[in-house]
Design a protein around this ligand. Structure first.
Ligand code: UDX
Ligand code: UDX
Ligand code: ADP
Length: 494
């Protein structure tokens, strides 16, 4: 029978592996959790208080388990580049390596790249001398478990047995710790064999240290793999649906926030993930939908593939539509205009810029002839440069027209328009909604933007394009701003 888990090894010290391991370790003081990565800088940074990723509340959780601070416990969270030793010692291995979209060969731009996963599993095969439970934590295409089993069978020592589980992570960045501490559900997929079910139970026992057992659902391995892709596809689909409606609102003189509120009150629909925006970003939605569509296509389900791809299609449309509106409002030409971009991260409370809509919007306006000054409270300057360059068809224009500023006021000086691309609380002029604003601002030492001061800095007429609907237009209009929000048309005046 499979024993109680004493040692966990997490391969991949990124956005998923780091926070997940930290919470598991904090909640299971008797389990040793070692996070490994071959990236030495990343591991070194996890060993300091300057963590490689920013997540509200993460540092406290890490310090608790890693340093044993606050209640004199022994440290049980370790970060290491010694991948082999951590694998050899572990009872359970979490695979949290990156699975980006393939950039080479068959399926490039669509399918998921499994080379990192494959390499991690080959290492497990060659290093393991005792039985292991191996858990797919990163998002994988359906039936990846078959591929991994095949590699293990061919590379491992005789007599060593592996049990593969799928346990997808549903955390969202910016709220990772909250999501991990109070998950809606934990999905554990296993083979329908006695050993498969025992392995699932052993993993479930790690979670019951803090999660209500009623929220832990054990299902078939392949259902679990598909559930992860399905969840992200359905969430993204809601955003594309609401963004498609936002285009209609602008034309009709309706207000998308009112429409979303009205439909979200239907319990069958619910209020979450209905916020119209300049388009979704992040490392998951686009990648997972394209992966789902690619799988559908490889099963000859062409209509299904087309349906899911249209979700990404609307997202691209929304980004371009937003840029077109900017150009139109600024008298059909951005040549020699100065635009301030506030926010570059793909959402607030993260420094992550993967797939952020800002890459497209900034490049679009640069291509229209404008010079752009970007400010983001958390994203490093180099990161903005790298992303915009990588997303550009004319990198020489980027060098000429982009600058990245250390403050919002610097970005807004002499600007013809301000463009909000991330919903950072500090850009909003609305009253505090959920109490989080206070904590976040205090934590980061941020102050809310003084729009009166911005007005004093800008060229006239002063346009504001609110790609996140974080602004209450009325007070700004009273100051002389012309505010264009997503999904808000001019209501007919009686
Ligand atoms: C619908 C809306 O639910 C209701 O709010 C609106 O006022 C009128 O349209 P109705 O068409 O009567 O109501 O029934 P509904 O329960 O929504 O089902 C519509 C169709 O969808 C049915 O054929 C039903 O079998 C099907 N359906 C519903 C599914 O296939 N799957 C589901 O999960 C739910
Ligand atoms: C998502 C899923 O939410 C999470 O469950 C999964 O594990 C990983 O992918 P994440 O990408 O971190 O998480 O953030 P999420 O809050 O889902 O936002 C994704 C993108 O959609 C962001 O760019 C966000 O700004 C945008 N968004 C989100 C909207 O435009 N409108 C909304 O209503 C919600
Ligand atoms: P995610 O957002 O899915 O967590 P990240 O890119 O943030 O993805 O993190 C994945 C991490 O996995 C990276 O730090 C990468 O260096 C690491 N990694 C990838 N392959 C391996 C491997 N075979 N062994 C160890 N670490 C790996």
């Amino acid at each position: 029978p499979i024993r109680k888990i004493k040692k966990i090894c997490c391969i991949g010290a990124g956005y998923v592996g780091g926070p997940t391991s930290a919470v598991m370790a904090t909640k299971n003081p008797d389990v040793q959790v070692t996070v490994v990565d071959y990236n030495e800088d990343r591991i070194a940074s996890w060993q300091t208080d300057d963590l490689p990723i920013y997540e509200p509340g993460l540092l406290n959780i890490v310090k608790l388990a890693r340093d044993g601070t606050f209640n004199n416990r022994s440290p049980n969270l370790f970060f290491s580049t010694d991948v082999d030793t951590a694998i050899a010692e572990a009872d359970l291995i979490l695979l949290s390596v990156n699975t980006p979209t393939k950039s080479l060969g068959r399926g490039a731009g669509h399918a998921s790249e499994l080379c990192y996963l494959e390499s991690a599993v080959r290492t497990i095969g060659s290093v393991a001398t005792s039985d292991k439970i191996i858990v797919e934590k990163s998002t994988v295409p359906c039936k990846a478990a078959e591929t991994l089993s095949d590699i293990l069978a061919a590379t491992s020592r005789p007599g060593v047995r592996f049990e593969l589980l799928s346990n997808p992570e549903f955390l969202a960045e910016g709220t990772a710790i909250r999501d991990l501490l109070a998950p809606d559900r934990i999905i554990i997929g296993s083979l329908d064999t006695p050993r498969g079910m025992q392995a699932a139970q052993a993993l479930a026992d790690v979670y019951t240290a803090w999660v209500d057992p009623a929220r832990i659902i054990t299902i078939n391995l392949y259902s679990s793999e598909l559930a992860k892709l399905a969840a992200n596809a359905l969430l993204a689909q809601r955003i594309s649906s609401v963004n498609a409606l936002s285009a209609m609102c602008e034309a009709l003189g309706a207000d998308i926030d009112e429409v979303a509120h009205a439909v979200g009150l239907d319990r069958r629909i619910g209020p979450a993930m209905l916020k119209a925006s300049v388009g979704f970003g992040g490392s998951c939605f686009r990648k997972d939908i394209l992966s789902l569509a690619y799988i559908a296509e490889s099963l000859h389900l062409f209509q299904v593939a087309e349906y899911w791809r249209s979700v990404v299609g609307i997202n691209e449309y929304q980004k371009d539509r937003f840029t077109r509106r900017i150009v139109k409002c600024l008298y059909d030409s951005l040549r020699s205009k100065r635009l301030a971009v506030l926010g570059f991260a793909y959402k607030k409370d993260t420094a992550d810029t993967r797939e952020t809509s800002a890459i497209t919007v900034v490049n679009n306006i640069i291509a229209e002839g404008a010079s752009v000054r970007v400010y983001d409270p958390l994203v490093k300057k180099e990161r903005v440069w790298d992303e915009v360059r990588a997303g550009s068809k004319q990198p020489e224009l980027v060098e000429e027209r982009l600058s990245v500023c250390g403050s919002a006021y610097e970005a807004c000086a002499d600007a013809d328009a301000v463009i909000i691309l991330t919903e950072w609380d500090e850009f909003s002029n609305k009253s505090v909604e959920d109490g989080r604003r206070h904590g976040t601002n205090e934590e980061k030492g941020q102050r809310c933007l003084d729009w009166g001061r911005v007005a004093g800095l800008m060229r006239k007429p002063m346009f504001v394009f609110d790609g996140r609907n974080v602004l209450d237009p009325q007070p700004l209009e009273a100051m002389g701003f012309r505010v264009e929000s997503i999904g808000k048309g001019t209501a007919p005046k009686s």
